[in-house]
Design a protein around this ligand. Structure first.
Ligand SMILES: NC(=O)c1ccc[n+]([C@@H]2O[C@H](COP(=O)([O-])OP(=O)(O)OC[C@H]3O[C@@H](n4cnc5c(N)ncnc54)[C@H](O)[C@@H]3O)[C@@H](O)[C@H]2O)c1
Length: 252
């Protein structure tokens, strides 16, 4: 009998539409904390659900932008790990033989692109980009921390910058949702990696793929709400499981 790793590798070798959804767990091995682990040190007294909202930004823009600048600099200093690199390699192999590959990420850290993934949909935006609250124009700040909080907009006198991330209570960008929907329509293999699968709409993607008859995979060291419903539930770190799967793939 095939092990789950060789069955997944074999399915990847033959799938024509691969859709992957990732969450904060994929970046845990790059030392970027998951939401649960992010509130340490200076931030221990805060709850992310109360900082990552438009209401929090309206009430206390200084604290919210300080937190996001702290996270932005943490992401810039981090390096992609073996899990990110393996996903980029899987994309290269699937697309080289004419298949399609879409990486839907809930992460805002930019590490998938830095690892070489090409078809990445950032469902929740990016901490690397900030936008003017008055004009909506976007801006990618340099490697130094902002000097004042909230940072002043370079586009309009008196306006400020906010991070280009989707906060709790905000809608996901239409362009990201459309891309996810299109990819799921032709999906014949779905992988959910490093996500607790509680934040919608990403939490529903596995069920959409499964309803189409696509085999489904979860890679997560902990069980989640979808673990019992997937075809293969792999209880392992993504930085260990994904390179092992790539190693077993036949197509190069
Ligand atoms: N890196 C980032 O960009 C980042 C960091 C923190 C939070 N967030 C945001 O947090 C929200 C919460 O959803 P979520 O599901 O992405 O994160 P989450 O924090 O709710 O869940 C993370 C999941 O990853 C798993 N995990 C931990 N280490 C892992 C590893 N080495 N390999 C594989 N899985 C591992 C955990 O068991 C958990 O189920 C999202 O909206 C996301 O935008 C993003």
């Amino acid at each position: 009998m095939k092990t789950p790793y060789s069955a997944i590798a074999d399915t990847l070798d033959h799938a024509s539409g691969v859709v992957v959804v990732t969450g904060a767990g994929v970046s845990a091995e790059s030392a970027i904390p998951t939401f649960r682990d992010t509130m340490t040190g200076l931030w221990a007294k805060f709850d992310p659900q109360t900082l990552a909202t438009p209401e929090a930004f309206a009430a206390d823009p200084e604290t919210v932008t300080r937190w996001y600048d702290h996270r932005r600099l943490g992401c810039l200093a981090a390096e992609p790990n073996a899990g990110h690199t393996a996903l980029a390699e899987i994309e290269r192999r699937v697309t080289a033989r004419g298949g399609s590959f879409t990486l839907l990420t809930q992460n805002v850290d930019g590490l998938h692109r830095r690892a070489g993934s090409v078809h990445v949909v950032e469902l929740h935006g990016s901490v690397a980009r900030w936008r003017c609250t008055a004009t909506g124009r976007e801006f990618e700040p340099g490697p130094d921390a902002f000097k004042t909080f909230p940072p002043p907009s370079p586009f309009e006198e008196g306006a400020v910058l906010r991070p280009c991330v989707v906060w709790f209570g905000e809608a996901l960008p239409d362009v990201a949702l459309d891309a996810a929907e299109r990819a799921l329509e032709t999906c014949d293999l779905f992988l959910s990696i490093g996500t607790s699968s509680v934040v919608w709409p990403a939490a529903g993607f596995m069920h959409a793929a499964s309803a189409r008859g696509a085999p489904t995979v979860e890679i997560n060291p902990e069980p989640t709400g979808i673990s019992d419903d997937v075809t293969w539930s792999v209880r392992a770190k993504s930085g260990e499981a994904l390179p092992a799967i790539v190693h077993l793939m036949a197509c190069h």
